[in-house]
Design a protein. Structure first.
Lengths: 401, 253
């Protein structure tokens, strides 16, 4: 009840002194607003770059530089590793092509066969996967040339020269899905490894019993000249590269690109923190000083309250309540300033940015953090000042002025 | 001095009983000391403390209102009403029970400051009701009756800033009386108004206190105004040490 009374009195005082209150709110927003913009820029620019880096699977890819001999045991072993997100064997690239045609198009295209499977980073998470020998995912370029849609069928075929004569075998393929341009820009076919192996076997003059293709019997132990390998995250690319090199496998990664962005992130973050810490110190000092000064200014009125019977504990709530208002309204104004500035910046630089990427971004939790920090710091400063002023003899406060 | 002793009604119990109470205050290298070898104020008494400013009147009032701690206490007993037990104020100060002292003040005392002391953000009515509402009393008619008696009824819903200084002092007196205290302490309540208005306000104040048989302790620098209102004047004298470093005021009564 007494607390409620204190809150009510504090609110009335705050409203009565609206000019003074507005000054406090403005002073707070003038420091907090630019800080939010600064953080929005840092988060937007660097965050966007890092996100791109992380999201673009090419940055996690590790390619062998020359062909080797990798057996099933090696693949098993590598797949166990936590830092390996996706690993699938590659057949000889010369044999990993297929000719495609469809009913809807007169064109016959030659497409690269890309061994794929569950978790293929090049395919969107929601895309249907090519499972089994009769399903494929076409690259955008391939699908356009064949004029097919997901669910349509296409005919795949391969030729070989076997026992002195030219042979051609064909297989009916269902288009499970179409991969986005970013996944593969040329004509390509994401296929189950078994289909890729079958095409290679056929080319090499071996039989593919599953498809009824004739030829020499397949060898028992298959080995692959290459692989498609993706690290679980960009941070793990370097370790994987190191381990593979140690095994005598020369690989190529985009480590240099990654390192560039990472060092840029580090540098920008360092610069940001330098500015932010200076700003934060200035912000805390200005907020603390203005609240402290405000409590000093109100010392006489607070003493009057004590004189009529408010207790020490009640008195502290008076400046704390007002600090809460200042913090809340100052934050709201700062958020408004930020919103305007971010809108202008994003609008201005939209043309220079990849589509959908914003220069200045804050997440809801950033707003929440700023609110909590501001209101918390304001109330703490006011509580300290209020406690100090509640501790002094009421007579001292009364006799001032 | 004769009339002083006649004015004291021996049958009435003592509100204040002070013995050897001292408060030191240092300012710019000079120590101001107020010494009260003995002071007894009975219930319903009207006490006047007359003297130039700086002689320690306010200091005594602040000690009587429990808003300034004495430096040294022989004895300090407080018994606001006949049905109350005596409170050992010395003990409460020693243990720094500020809130207990505050509660005593809230319940039994009204305090009129020299100037202002009104909260600028509250209307006259709310300012006057403040002392009541803190005690959980409703504003009732008491405030309106008081306002009528003080001649400020038409200002009840205005903010203090729209009032003249004299009117504000009337509001301050109203606030000090609104919660029906048994003691009212007033520190030069009319110092900032013209002498004519001062006399009027002072007699109004003493009259209202008289009607309600409230014990009054009032400080003033003009005895002329209050002489005829029948107050007991407290004897005090001030002297400065030879090196000029200490100023001591002794109050007895």
């Amino acid at each position: 009840m007494r607390l409620f009374k204190t809150l009510r009195l504090a609110s009335r005082d705050y409203g009565h002194e609206w000019r003074m209150s507005s000054c406090f709110i403005l002073a707070l927003a003038a420091v907090l607003g630019p800080m939010l913009v600064l953080f929005g820029l840092k988060f937007g620019i660097v965050g966007g770059m890092v996100e791109q880096l992380v999201e673009n699977p090419e940055n996690r890819e590790i390619r062998p530089m020359s062909s080797g001999r990798f057996d099933a045991a090696w693949f098993d072993r590598m797949q166990q590793r936590r830092d390996v997100a996706f690993l699938v064997p590659r057949t000889r690239s010369i044999a990993a092509t297929i000719e495609l045609d469809s009913d809807k198009s007169t064109r016959i295209i030659r497409a690269e066969l890309i061994p794929s499977g569950p978790g293929d980073p090049l395919l969107p998470a929601e895309a249907k996967l090519p499972i089994g020998m009769d399903q494929v995912v076409l690259s955008q370029a391939a699908a356009e040339k064949l004029a097919v849609m997901p669910g349509d069928t296409a005919m795949g075929s391969a030729t070989r020269r076997y026992a002195g004569k030219k042979e051609r075998e064909a297989i009916r393929l269902q288009v499970a899905d179409i991969a986005p341009v970013a996944a593969f820009s040329r004509e390509g076919v994401f296929a189950d490894l078994r289909l890729v192996e079958a095409v290679e076997d056929f080319r090499d003059g071996r039989a593919v019993p599953a498809l009824g293709w004739q030829g020499a019997p397949a060898p028992q132990d298959r080995s692959y000249p290459g692989f498609r390998l993706y690290a679980a995250s960009i941070d793990q690319v370097a370790t994987l590269k190191y381990d593979l090199t140690a095994q005598g496998i020369e690989v190529r990664t985009r480590a240099a690109d990654i390192e560039l962005v990472m060092s840029m992130d580090r540098n920008l973050t360092a610069i940001y923190w330098a500015i932010a810490i200076i700003g934060l110190i200035g912000f805390s000092l200005s907020l603390g000083a203005s609240l402290w000064a405000n409590v000093d200014r109100k010392r006489k009125e607070l003493s009057v309250l004590r004189l009529v019977g408010f207790r020490t504990g009640d008195i502290v709530w008076f400046p704390v309540t007002q600090a809460f208002y200042t913090g809340l309204l100052g934050w709201a104004l700062a958020a408004g300033i930020y919103y305007g500035a971010a809108y202008a910046i994003n609008h201005m630089l939209a043309a220079q940015m990849p589509s959908g990427q914003l220069v200045c971004v804050l997440l809801p939790q950033h707003y929440g953090f700023a609110l909590g920090l501001t209101v918390g710091a304001a109330m703490l400063a006011a509580a300290l000042a209020g406690w100090r002023s509640a501790r002094i003899e009421p007579s001292e406060g009364l006799r001032e002025i | 001095m004769e009339n002083v002793f006649q004015a004291r009604n021996k049958a009435k119990p003592l509100v204040y009983h002070l013995r050897d109470v001292v408060r030191d205050r240092a300012s710019e290298g000079v120590t101001f000391r107020l010494r009260v070898p003995s002071l007894q104020i009975s219930q319903g008494e009207k006490i006047a403390l007359i003297g130039e400013s700086g002689c320690g009147k306010s200091t005594l009032l602040d000690m009587l209102a429990f808003i300034a701690p004495p430096t040294n206490i022989g004895a300090f007993m407080f018994r606001p009403e006949i049905d109350n037990d005596s409170t050992d104020v010395a003990r409460l100060w020693k243990k720094r029970h500020m809130n207990r002292l505050g509660d005593l003040r809230k319940r039994h005392m009204g305090y009129v400051m020299q100037t202002g002391g009104l909260l600028p953000y509250l209307t006259v009515r709310d300012n006057m009701s403040l002392s009541r509402s803190v005690m959980g009393l409703d504003a009732s008619d008491t405030v309106e009756t008081l306002a009528r008696e003080l001649g400020i009824a038409r200002h009840l819903d205005k903010l203090p800033e729209t009032l003249s200084v004299g009117e504000r002092q009337r509001v301050a007196i109203g606030r000090a009386l609104a919660h029906e205290p048994s003691i009212v302490i007033a520190d030069e309540p009319t110092a900032s108004v013209d002498p004519f208005a001062a006399e009027k306000i002072m007699s109004l104040f003493i009259g209202l206190a008289e009607e309600r048989s409230i014990t009054v302790v009032v400080a003033s620098h003009a005895w002329r105004h209050i002489k005829r209102l029948g107050l007991r004047r407290l004897a005090h004298h001030t002297h400065r040490s030879q090196d000029g470093r200490t100023t001591e005021t002794v109050v007895n009564g």
